[in-house]
Unconditional design. Structure first.
Length: 150
């Protein structure tokens, strides 16, 4: 019987690009995978590996959103799991690991712009929509979603 080793660990912003490109920016230039703030000191990138293969990513940015009055806010960006590995709970593991990181930094709110088709996934993790949908050009309809930590 063979076992798959799953590990979530910190990675560099550059290491996120192949998964961001494949899942979030398919058919677009690789440069669209570079996010403002990727290399800020307070930004972290986590990679989920199955037997040393990077199959999922999530990035956490120290970023304020005026929709929230809380001071210690973090934004999740670039959450993606390669298509053949979706639906197996790996995205949930990544979000929970990002939440742990935010809790360790005494976050008040975690927020992000969720693609329309990802809303049910995040709702299962107790995130709520605030405001109306909006269009990110060439990416699609999004909703701001959030969770208050304490």
């Amino acid at each position: 019987m063979s076992y798959i080793i799953m590990e979530i660990k910190k990675i560099s912003s550059v290491e996120t690009y192949p998964v961001r490109h494949e899942v979030l920016r398919k058919g677009k230039p690789i440069e669209t995978c570079i996010f403002k703030g990727d290399d800020d000191e307070q930004t972290i990138h986590l990679g989920l590996f199955l037997d040393d293969q990077l199959v999922g990513i999530i990035s956490v940015f120290k970023e304020q959103n005026n929709l929230f009055s809380e001071t210690n806010q973090f934004q999740i960006r670039g959450m993606a799991v390669l298509e053949e590995f979706q639906g197996k709970g790996l995205g949930t593991k990544l979000v929970k690991e990002a939440e742990k990181h935010c809790i360790n930094l005494n976050a008040n709110v975690i927020w992000f712009n969720a693609r329309e088709n990802a809303v049910p996934f995040y709702e299962k993790l107790d995130y709520k929509i605030i405001g109306d949908s909006f269009l990110i050009p060439e990416v699609g309809i999004h909703f701001v979603m959030y969770k208050k930590i304490h």
